[in-house]
Design a protein around this ligand. Structure first.
Ligand code: SF4
Length: 461
């Protein structure tokens, strides 16, 4: 290698420009952060661990509910105070303020630039403008799977961006736009790279996973020379060949969801559906303008369970939506009793600025919304607890997340079963584990006790 080139590399190696990164929001925002960080590293930038070590800071924001907006605006303020050079991206970047101009620029006029979500190219253009790109990108320093912010053994796989629905309580489509599906070949290539880099669990995410490919008329792509349609069922079949856990999030109960149940029964993808029902009463679902509001949900849940008895169903609901009567709320509780869902979250309705539901008549008073949410949770808690209790005595597979010690100073593995997604579901505490067990490995264990959300198990020898 010529000396001049060596000197040039040595110089750029000694002082790569450093970018600080603050990532807020949901897994979809996390994937955006991963893509930006991957691109930064691919171009030779370093990621700084603190504000003062950074030449510039990127803040990826969330704008879904008012508390998230506040948290994002505070984070931007902190980055400006601590560092001064700040580029903002993410959902909040697309939001308008009172004067009709960009909200972030209204509150924090000193930010260098603002972009909406899913805007890696735009963010990189702003980074280049304020912190010139290093001359020698060490692209070989970036693994094929990109830079991940999750532990090494699981990763989110974003298959599309945006949403074609217009649920009246949601402003995501106005921030993230209409559905844009990623080509199936790109998704499969990323999934393969992740598995090669040690990922044991792929978490498929989007705003609406069951709508994958609708925007491109289920176009056929190619993976390993084989044609595959850009469609949820075909994607699940292909992902199921990679030999790792595949977990589906944000699935809506369209008729073709029935097609993935046999893949779950056959062990190709995890028997787990994260399916946000939001309500059970037909009139409220109509007011919410929910996709698949007219589907016969209870009948379908029973049919899914019949075909795949181990199916875990997680869902979210809203209590106290505008106009919700006591009888309609009671119908929701009756639905829970009948549906026997495993994991459930419930929000008291909270008006989000810019959402059409704010204009609906007969808002439910704040105190009553909170009271209904509490009643909902108390009702569901008994169901979830009974479903967990029914697992005592069963043998399960556990993916180890970390190692720890219990009260008796015994080494235990803390992990998750097929029924538990990271961050949102419960954990399994496994005793009697060998010294060789490490995070990212699978264990087989027998459940010996159930707590409110978690399980206690003994490793099978
Ligand atoms: S399906 Fe409804 S709630 Fe989900 S992102 Fe689309 S508009 Fe929002």
């Amino acid at each position: 290698m010529p000396t001049q080139t060596l000197k040039r590399i040595a110089k750029s190696k000694a002082q790569p420009p450093k970018v600080g990164f603050v990532s807020l929001g949901c897994p979809k925002a996390l994937v955006d952060s991963e893509q930006i960080i991957t691109q930064l590293r691919a171009e030779g930038y370093d990621i700084a661990p603190s504000y003062d070590g950074a030449d510039l800071v990127v803040v990826n924001t969330c704008g879904f509910i008012d508390s998230a907006v506040e948290e994002s605006l505070d984070a931007i303020g902190e980055a400006l105070a601590e560092n001064g050079k700040v580029i903002v991206t993410g959902c909040l970047g697309a939001k308008k303020g009172d004067s009709g101009s960009n909200l972030i620029q209204e509150v924090h006029p000193k930010v260098l630039a603002v972009t909406g979500p899913h805007a890696t190219d735009e963010v990189m253009a702003h980074v280049h403008a304020h912190l010139p790109q290093p001359h020698d990108p060490f692209i070989d320093l970036v693994p094929a799977a990109g830079i991940k912010l999750t532990p090494k053994h699981y990763a989110y796989l974003k298959i599309s961006e945006g949403c074609n629905h217009r649920c009246t309580f949601c402003i995501i489509p106005s921030m993230r736009g209409d559905l844009v599906s990623r080509p199936v070949a790109n998704v499969m290539q990323e999934a393969e790279n992740l598995v090669k880099s040690g990922v044991k669990e792929l978490l498929v995410i989007s705003q609406d996973t069951s709508a994958y490919g609708v925007d491109i008329k289920y176009r056929t792509g190619f993976w390993n020379g084989r044609p595959i349609k850009t469609r949820m069922t075909e994607l699940c079949g292909a992902l199921g060949e990679l030999g790792v856990w595949v977990r589906l999030h944000y699935v809506y109960p369209y008729p073709h969801v029935d097609e993935v149940i046999p893949l779950m029964a056959d062990g190709k993808v995890l028997p787990y559906l994260d399916i946000p029902f939001q309500h059970a009463n037909a009139r409220i679902l109509k007011l919410m303008k929910r996709p698949a509001a007219a589907e016969k949900t209870l009948e379908r849940i029973h049919a899914w369970r019949k075909a795949c008895p181990d199916l875990t169903i997680r869902s979210t609901f809203i209590a106290g939506f505008p106009g919700e009567t006591e009888a309609e709320f009671q119908e929701l509780l009756d639905f829970l009793t009948e549906a026997q869902l495993d994991r459930v979250g419930c929000f008291a309705y909270s008006p989000v600025e810019g959402a059409r539901a704010n204009d609906l008549p007969d808002p439910v008073p704040d105190a009553l919304r909170a009271e209904r949410q509490a009643r909902f949770m108390a009702h569901q808690e008994k169901i979830s607890a009974a479903r967990l209790q029914a697992k005592v005595g069963r043998e399960i597979d556990v993916l180890v997340d970390r190692l720890a010690e219990n009260d008796r100073k015994e080494r235990i593995a803390v992990g998750r079963s097929k029924a538990d997604a990271p961050e949102i579901d419960g954990l399994v505490y496994v005793t009697g584990v060998s010294k060789k067990v490490a995070p990212g490995e699978f264990l087989h264990a027998r459940v010996v006790a159930a707590q409110a959300h978690d399980l206690v198990a003994e490793a099978c020898t």
